[in-house]
Design a binder for this molecule. Structure first.
Ligand code: ADP
Ligand code: MG
Length: 728
């Protein structure tokens, strides 16, 4: 079945050329048990390597089943090795992390991927080599003799017609050697066995033929009994491993080396985590408006102001629609509340602070914004964005009319307990009361009152439209009012020449509701005339009931859609383009300088992402180098028992990809936990759209493939035999 004709092989060693095989002509038949002996360096190993296709030859020809092997392509050699050669090495070359069973099973899987009764076959082989009961033992824990038995069983698992053994008993004691040789003899009944041994004596009993080599030449060829048997018909076609087979081999490899796999996973998590954060920062930055900076009620970054183009009121259905938009956290139907100024008094343990601040809605708070404590759960609780307080402090907040001239007047004092603290420390401070606050009728009325202008009747044209300061006096009836002396003097009873207004007179307030353009008119009885307070003396007092009553009929005309940040604001603005409303995102109005800064920042972060990707690739490479070096030995073994280079390439890529997939999966879960349950990182998840996830995953997976290919280069740059020699 095998014929060597004038075959020569040279090794080029720097200057000298070593002729390792010199003009060898030999024919081998089925059923032979050939023992090859010779001095060390006589070419025995070289001969076996050439015959088994692990090494090439230069001159002459080798025929296999009458085919000239000099025409074999790389793939032909791979198929030849896989289907026809069972190789038994002196150093066993088992996959140490595999069990006895797995070592044999893998050879069977590679040779016959779709064998039905594999388990039974493998168990029979284990029994045949006398290792029954040890099938679950790791190869690394076996004795030398046991390892060689596994190697024999593995060679048999392929069911190859040629068994090649290079000094298989070289490392074994005499007694063990004998059992190994008997095993080989036993299997030579229907195979060609080529055995290299340094002593013919020990193998004499089994050999059917003895070839002696010296200096690469055959010096004797002694056929003891040659009995011809018909040659089995074999061809070079073979079953292919499919993706599923490789997938399971990959899983098996990863599970067989749990420490290495965990380490790889750890590295992958580090790479994924770091890159996800940098990329997240980029996505956020690229989608965030540059703002004028600082927090003012109008430029509140959490509000998008919306009105109908004709300034008509929104219906309940409209509000529900806005509420349903992607990115809208809640809708404030009377958003002038956001313009109220809070005069904050913090009363702590022996200290007091006073601040001017603004209100914001608690639904715009993200978990990751909370640096201490929690969100308000009762209407008397607040969470604040300011430094000078402790959890548990009481803060008193009185609400004032901002930007009016003159003295401010308290409208009502609220007492809150501080239950949470937010990151960031802007000036002026921002107070987030419970959501109930924004539904309070008095607050709503006050927010509306603050934004309107009032005309008093009887009309006095020199007074015109004015914005009186207001204080609440709950001793008044709903239709009673107290006006300042100045107003009493100016408005008079009958125009310019009349008497001053007096207690008991009726005064008409016409409130020009700017947004609805629908004046509100109400009559009040003057209960008292007060000192001149507030806005140059233009001051009135009403009861809470009266104030609330005044704005009873006002429908929402200007609303604010509350969002987490400008990233979401942009998304909401996009959605609003589909409906015919006027929308304004005040925080998005930016100055050109800020825009340039923004563009530079984008560029910088984009560039940083790319750099980080390369750095991560490098770190991944360095960190995994040792692991891959260790795996390399296993890969070379798999190749020596017949795994095609192409499949091995795929296998190693698959293994890295599987770990990377797992890392991405874990990172996703961590990000979801971060966003929804417990925040331990800046909340980047919410800036990611599906496209970003996909981009990130694809990028990381491509990086893994590159990493695997780079490692493979190191594995495949050598022939099987030089790769083995590298292992020492
Ligand atoms: P044996 O197995 O009989 O001890 P080998 O087949 O290993 O002998 O070696 C035959 C000759 O080829 C020796 O002179 C050895 O030094 C040389 N040789 C073997 N492998 C190489 C190699 N990779 N590079 C250079 N010379 C080699
Ligand atoms: Mg040798």
């Amino acid at each position: 079945m095998l014929e060597l004709k004038k075959l020569s092989k040279y090794y080029h060693d720097k200057q000298t050329v070593v002729k390792a095989l010199d003009d060898i002509s030999l024919t081998f038949e089925n059923n032979e048990f050939v023992v090859i002996t010779g001095e060390s360096g006589s070419g025995k190993s070289t001969l076996l390597n050439v015959i088994s296709g692990l090494d090439s030859y230069e001159d002459g020809e080798m025929f296999f089943m009458n085919q000239e092997t000099s025409y074999f392509t790389f793939e032909d050699w791979e198929r030849y090795r896989k289907n026809h050669i069972g190789f038994i090495f002196q150093h066993y070359n088992l996959i140490e992390s595999y069990t006895v069973y797995q070592n044999i099973d893998i050879a069977s899987t590679i040779a016959h991927p779709h064998l039905a009764a594999r388990e039974k076959t493998v168990m029979q082989l284990i029994e045949k080599v006398g290792l029954k009961g040890k099938e679950k033992q790791k190869a690394s824990t076996l004795s030398g003799g046991e390892k060689q038995r596994v190697a024999i069983a593995r060679a048999l698992a392929k069911d190859a017609p040629i068994i090649i053994a290079d000094e298989p008993t070289g490392n074994l004691d005499q007694k063990t050697s004998k059992t190994i040789l008997e095993l080989l003899k036993d299997i030579s009944k229907d195979k060609l066995v080529l055995l290299v041994s340094h002593s013919y004596e020990t193998t004499k009993a089994y050999a059917t033929r003895h070839i002696r080599l010296a200096d690469g030449e055959v010096i004797s060829d002694d056929k003891k009994r040659q009995k011809q048997t018909p040659v089995q018909k074999t061809d070079l076609k073979s079953e292919q491993l499919n993706f599923k087979d490789l997938f399971f081999i990959g899983i098996k490899n990863l599970l067989a080396t749990p420490k290495k796999t965990l380490f790889t996973l750890f590295v992958a998590l580090f790479v994924v985590g770091t890159f996800a954060l940098i990329y997240g920062a980029y996505v956020q930055q690229a989608n965030t408006e540059s703002s004028l900076g600082g927090f003012r009620y109008f430029e509140n970054p959490n509000r998008i102001m919306v009105t109908n183009r004709d300034l008509s009121a929104f219906s309940e259905a409209d509000l529900a629609y806005f509420e349903s938009l992607d990115g809208v956290q809640t809708v404030l139907p009377y958003d002038t509340i956001l313009g109220l100024r809070a005069y904050v008094q913090i009363i702590g343990d022996g200290y007091q602070f006073f601040y001017d601040g603004f209100f914001n809605h608690p639904k715009t708070i993200q978990n990751s914004d909370i640096s201490a404590g929690r969100l308000p759960q009762n209407s008397n609780e607040v969470i604040v964005r300011m430094d000078e307080f402790d959890l548990g402090d009481t803060i008193k907040i009185s609400i004032e009319i901002p930007m009016r001239f003159g003295e401010e007047t308290d409208i009502r004092i609220y007492e809150f307990e501080v239950v949470g603290k937010l990151t960031g420390n802007p000036y002026p401070p921002v107070i987030y009361p419970h959501a109930d606050f924004f539904e309070d009728d008095v607050i709503r009325a006050f927010g509306l009152f603050m934004h309107q202008e009032t005309i008093f009747f009887p009309y006095n044209s020199s007074l015109g439209n004015i914005s009186p300061s207001l204080s609440l006096n709950n001793e008044l009836e709903a239709d009673e009012i107290i006006i300042s002396q100045y107003l009493a003097r100016q408005i008079k009873n009958d125009g310019f020449d009349g008497d001053n207004l007096v207690v008991g007179d009726t005064i008409t307030m016409e409130i020009l509701e700017k947004l609805s353009l629908q004046p509100i008119e109400a009559d009040f009885t003057i209960k008292d005339i007060s000192e001149d307070l507030g806005n140059y003396g233009v001051h009135i007092s009403l009861s809470e009931e009266g104030l609330v009553h005044l704005f009873d009929d006002v429908k929402p005309h200007q609303i604010s859609l509350m969002v987490f940040d400008s990233f979401d604001a942009n998304r909401v603005l996009d959605q609003l383009e589909e409906v015919n409303v006027h929308s304004l995102y005040p925080a998005g109005i930016s100055d050109p300088l800020a825009q340039i800064g923004q563009a530079i920042m984008n560029l910088f972060l984009g560039f940083l992402s790319v750099i980080v990707l390369f750095v991560m690739y490098f770190i991944g490479y360095m960190a995994l180098k040792n692991v891959m070096e260790a795996k390399r030995k296993d890969y070379v073994i798999l190749r020596s028992i017949g795994l095609f280079k192409k499949d091995l390439n795929r296998l190693s890529i698959l293994e890295i990809l599987m770990v990377m997939f797992l890392a991405i999966f874990i990172a996703m879960i961590a990000l979801i936990i971060n966003a929804n349950i417990y925040a331990f990182l800046p909340n980047y998840l919410r800036y990611y759209q599906w496209g970003n996830y996909l981009f990130l995953a694809v990028l990381l997976l491509i990086m893994s493939v590159f990493l695997a290919l780079r490692f493979n280069q190191r594995i495949f740059s050598r022939s099987v035999i030089t790769a083995f020699k590298d292992q020492g």
